[in-house]
Design a protein around this ligand. Structure first.
Ligand SMILES: C[S@@+](CC[C@H](N)C(=O)[O-])C[C@H]1O[C@@H](n2cnc3c(N)ncnc32)[C@H](O)[C@@H]1O
Length: 201
């Protein structure tokens, strides 16, 4: 990712010193985390992939995808830091609040080979964790952007209110399992989600 202007990225820390953004300036750790994601998802040596990243934050994962020759689009709320970093990376993004029953705005670039969501918080609203109907709503919105082999990979946040060994409400976990999810710790890996959704309708 040497092509990006990291000095300009670091300079944003002085302009946006608020604690909520501090972790995004621990750049070495943050880069390693995203490089690990790229490798673990097989993107480091894959043919060009179309990637959609939900709750993309600064866009560092998108930046890594672009560096590797993939096409990547992020979805995120507008945010003073993320808007600047996404611009620095030249990343494509949709300003949008992901909600279970509000359609994604129309956008090009799909169908996607990979849809990711890393440690986002769109699945907790006012302290209430999404239930099965909420996840169904999101997957219904994503369906037109999936092809038969699209992989959907979600890394859930640890939600306050759930015991540490529980990644999601039990009914949500069971729903993911009916969709063929491979669940490892907080990672929910849904290969071929579209065919599973089609089979359930
Ligand atoms: C903890 S950060 C993770 C960012 C990035 N995925 C990463 O791993 O570095 C959570 C992100 O989800 C975004 N987010 C939270 N709720 C959202 C919503 N309803 N719609 C879109 N983005 C949302 C936040 O703005 C933030 O960028």
């Amino acid at each position: 990712m040497a092509e990006y202007d990291w000095d300009a990225y670091r300079a944003l820390e002085a302009q946006l010193p608020d604690a909520q953004w501090k972790k995004y300036f621990a750049l070495d750790r943050y880069k390693v985390r995203n490089a690990t994601r790229l490798v673990e998802l097989g993107l480091a040596d894959a043919a060009p992939q179309r990637v959609l990243d939900l709750g993309c934050g600064t866009g560092l994962f998108l930046a890594g995808c672009q560096s590797l020759g993939h096409t990547a689009i992020g979805v995120n709320l507008a945010d003073p830091l993320f808007d600047r970093t996404l611009e620095l990376f030249g990343a494509q993004r949709l300003f949008h609040r992901i909600q279970p029953h509000t359609a994604l705005p129309p956008f090009a670039g799909g169908p996607f080979d990979l849809i990711t969501a890393f440690e986002t918080q769109f699945d907790i609203v006012d302290g209430v964790i999404w239930g099965v109907d909420d996840w169904k709503g999101l997957f219904y919105q994503l369906r037109p952007h999936l092809h038969g082999h699209t992989r959907v990979f979600i890394k859930l946040n640890q939600h306050a209110g759930l015991p540490p060994n529980q990644i999601a409400p039990p009914a949500v976990r069971a729903y993911f399992e009916t969709l063929g999810a491979r669940i490892v710790r907080r990672q929910v890996d849904l290969p071929g989600l579209r065919s599973k959704l089609d089979a359930m309708t």
